[in-house]
Design a protein around this ligand. Sequence first.
Ligand code: NAD
Length: 724
Amino acid sequence: MAKKTARPAAADDPAAPARLVIEDDVAWIHLDDPAKSVNTLSSRYMQWFDARLDEIADQPLRGLVLISDKPGYFIVGADVDELKGFSEPAEVVEVIRRGHRFTGRLAALPYPVVAAIDGMCLGGGLELALCCDARVATEARHTQLGVPEVLLGIFPGLGGTQRLPRLLAVADALDLILTGRQVDARKAKRIGLVDVTCHPLALRQAALAAVAWGKPGQSGYRGPRNGSGHGFAKAAADVIARTPGARALVFNSARSTVLKKTGGHYPAPLKAIEVVRDGLNLPLADALELEARAFAEVVVSDVAKNLMTIFFTKNAVEGRARKLAAGARQLDRVGVLGAGFMGAGIAQGLAHKGYDVVLKDRDHDALARGLEQCSGLFQDLVKRRRYRPVEHKEAMSRILPTIDYHSFGKTSFVVEAVFEDVEVKRQVVREMEEAGPEDLIFASNTSTIPIARLAEASRRPENVIGMHFFSPVHKMPLLEIIKHPTTSEEALATTVEVGRRMGKTIIVVNDGPGFFTSRVLGPFVNEALWILAQGARIDEIDRVVKAWGWPVGPLALLDEVGLDVARHAGRVMQDYAGARAEPSPIFERMIADGRLGRKSKRGFYKYRTEPKRVDRSVYELIEWERARIDPQEIVERTWMQMLNEVARSIEDGVVSDPKDVDVGVIFGFGFPPFRGGILREADRLGLDHVVGRLETYAARYGDRLAPAELLTDMARKGKTFHRD
Ligand code: NAD
């Protein structure tokens, strides 16, 4: 039987973030912070650890193992609250130095230290594991390792930028640091990040086996790490990395990839490249000091603050969705009506998360295309090793294709994704209610039709709701749920729960033409067309708007959405808002000429060859004459028109919480995240400034650019949208 050693009283504090148990001369630190649902690496955690190291440093132990008692989580990273609170670089450097002293002590213990990883091991958690002599990780799907700091506008600051490139091939280390990518245990083993992978039930034995290897560098060491601590792949890669030319190539290419991806708006990855490059030439202690100083610079930057704010905003929005989902109906099966581009994407997302799906279309051809799309998406998961081939089969077998309503008798929740035509959809509401159970909830994926118009066709309008996914469904994180005045709580809770289970970030908005997202996207692209008509070039408009941080320019975006689809949405808004929402006449000319965008291989760009090229014949079609327009004006007119519509949708009560707005524009269509959201950007500039710009443009180009009343009112009172 294992011999357990009694613990000193202080360590038995029930509020302690972890527990120390000594068993057969091995110290086990069980990570399990009672104050949190996940373990995060806070100062409190490190103080606790430090005190335990004082206790055990001189004990005759065989080893120390770090293991988590929180199912699914090792340590998910540093405490972001703490990071966000930093404002003085000097103070940050001190905090980081304390962290380095602690990790240095851990690494210097005279006996082997092992990280036994089951669950998320991210950021500071992985950096802590990197200070251990060995890492064993479970092959469970929830075990993911990575350093996602870059997504918060920072980089690893607890030695990660120095220990990763010393342990892995430099290119692999850079890849993890610069992309924030998470890898599973098998991939981690391949690149040398962990030493052993095992079944979750064998984790303790695997950790003890790693303790038995001994301490690297000491006599009798029997583990995979020789004196230099490298595997063959790492050694080979390092020979290359030590050659000055090759090394310069690795770092230069990383830099140009980052610049291409970020347009230079994100300082952290560029700084991280420098820190890795320069640190590799220094002894570890000096390299860690270099990391600390650089980290202190980026963590207090505006970009980092904005990205951390989004992190919290998204968490808050998701927390609210969790509460809204209380009272949801328990479902195993969901119906999807329409197996077109969106319907197939939704069906795949549902089956992926374990729902049985009844997928209906009008005919077998359409169904076959939809199933092919689903199968292709599952196949991609197999290629990326996220699925075993058998899981592909299992997931497909959860989708029941049909061309009639016979199989819907017990399907009490359906997502409708048929053509965007109010009469077709109303007909489908009636048919479905005929075929489905009494308590059927009907969720429509319409992008423009007011939900109340569909509810009018229903016998149970309280069970009709909007469930607006974004395209492509498997990639886009946002789901906009639309309630109309009589939508029931159960319908809302159930729709939110289905969306949450699909992994979506959910905003709930009130009904109205174009709801929130379609409504505010319209003026952004429409203004770009007015600017084009005035004489700016197609590529110029897209280039300057992208340079401001958007992922894609408005004209390229129109080509992706489809000009017919966008014109339809524009008309819906025009019916509602009148002249200020008048779609540009360019829509008509393009559509009459068969230019619907990428789907017709002709739009503002030509799509017959890659990369796409501007189609210059558009200029003749629209009788264009070149005129120079200030790039700043192009940028401002597009995003401020979006802001104007955001303000009007707040006036109309479609949305009310600024958090929903910022999450909606960032996760729905990529408003530049480093700006923190459209309302944060407006607050930063000051609403009086924004109103002034809109008034100038309105005087030049007409009333559609006149500032919304809410903006002028708030500007006059010196208000901001966000209060923090
Ligand atoms: P699509 O044309 O690709 O698919 C529509 C499918 O519905 C077709 O397969 C059609 O055969 C089928 N259908 C038509 N009538 C039907 C009926 N009575 N019963 C069953 N199936 C029927 O269109 P899509 O792009 O997938 O759009 C579907 C819906 O999703 C629309 O309301 C659209 O506005 C909305 N939407 C589209 C996007 C997008 O980017 N494509 C984004 C968000 C929302």
